[in-house]
Ligand binder design. Structure first.
Ligand code: SAM
Ligand code: DTB
Ligand code: SF4
Length: 332
């Protein structure tokens, strides 16, 4: 099957408009043609620098403008990060994703961050970081340290972006994604469903990802975790009906799978409040990666016991680990 980056919005919208069973059937076909359908990649998150972020992302517990009572911390010690990575590896995780609540890293933080990448990689885990916007030089340093993936989400459609975040623009996101690509680091890029956006925004969101010059190797699809004290958490508390419909969430996963056949589509935040049946539909529709452990960055996650039970119930197995391929090699 041809990998296309020339999808039109109408084509993406037409996929969303298919009957649910036709859409999921097509997505499952695409999934099976490119991936081992019963295997799910396990990734673990760690917040290496929590809270106090100068950005005003309306969904985020870690924004300094949110009133959630979250305690801000300094950048973690390299040793403590490596300890957490060792635990994640013991628990069967394949990728270790380190997140910092920064608009962008300060140059003075780069040495510690580079050491974290080196240390985690030495353990045989894939490394991922999400540190905000990067300059070409910072991306180069992370690449040199052996960083496998950089997570930088576009979060929503270009038109809806300013309704969610005012301190940066959609183009800023694209610039960092370009810098990450140019440095030869694999891209992890997705967004959030359930922020009160329209179907048209979900179309625009998948369209923007699927028409990047190269599809992101990982596409996290988060369901908003509403946190009281954030703009969007407060909004959803006032209008409970605004919560994303499970079927529409599965549709988004399915359309992402069809539009980006080779990518790992990650069922990301929001699983804790999702039924096993909805998660099962997501796996059927092509999701093949999850975050494990009982914590995401600052909010709760399903937890290893619940996930072991879910995998047993559905007959899923963890994806066998492979040496990560660098983006530049994959292009050859
Ligand atoms: N500061 C960095 C940045 O924004 O790029 C990295 C960390 S940020 C927490 C990573 C991503 O987590 C966001 O882009 C967003 O998609 C997701 N996220 C944050 N808060 C969330 C929430 N409450 N529910 C769902 N996803 C969330
Ligand atoms: C992504 O798309 N989801 C992860 C990861 N990338 C960094 C983060 C989810 C955060 C959920 C809210 C929290 O725990 O603070
Ligand atoms: Fe800061 Fe990232 Fe949260 Fe936005 S999503 S407030 S940039 S930590």
């Amino acid at each position: 099957m041809q990998i296309r980056t020339d999808w039109t919005r109408d084509e993406i919208a037409a996929l969303f408009d298919l009957s649910f069973t036709d859409l999921v059937f097509r997505a499952a076909e695409v999934h099976r043609a490119h991936h081992a359908a019963g295997e799910v990649q396990l990734c673990t998150l760690l917040s290496i620098k929590t809270g106090g972020c100068p950005e005003d992302c309306g969904y985020c517990n870690q924004s300094a403008s949110a009133e959630t009572g979250l305690k801000a911390t300094k950048l973690m010690d390299v040793r403590a990060v490596l300890q957490a990575a060792a635990q994640a590896k013991d628990a069967g995780s394949q990728r270790f994703c380190m997140g910092a609540a920064w608009r962008s890293p300060k140059d003075r933080d780069m040495d510690a961050v580079v050491e974290m990448v080196r240390g985690v990689r030495t353990m045989g885990l894939e490394t991922c970081m999400t540190l905000g916007m990067l300059t070409p030089e910072q991306a180069g340093r992370l690449a040199e340290a052996g960083l496998d993936y950089y997570n930088h989400n576009i979060d929503t459609s270009p038109e809806n972006y300013a309704n969610v975040i005012s301190t940066r623009g959609f183009e800023d996101r694209l610039d960092t994604l370009d810098n990450v690509r140019a440095a030869g680091i694999n891209v992890c890029c997705g967004g959030i469903v359930g922020m009160g956006e329209t179907r048209g925004d979900r179309v625009g969101f998948v369209h923007a990802l699927a028409t990047l010059p190269r599809h992101p190797e990982s596409v996290p699809v988060n369901a908003l975790v509403p946190v009281k004290g954030t703009v969007l958490g407060n909004m959803l508390a006032d209008t409970p009906l605004a919560k994303i419909d499970d079927i529409e969430f599965v549709r988004t996963v399915a359309v992402a799978r069809i539009a980006m056949p080779m990518s790992m589509v990650r069922l990301s935040a929001g699983r804790e409040s999702m039924s096993d049946a909805t998660q099962a539909l997501c796996f059927l529709a092509g999701a093949n990666s999850i975050f494990t452990g009982d914590k995401l960055l600052t909010t709760g996650n399903a937890g290893d016991d619940a996930d072991a039970a879910l995998f047993a119930r559905l007959g899923l197995t963890p994806l066998a680990g492979e040496e990560p391929m660098r983006a530049c090699e994959a292009a050859e």
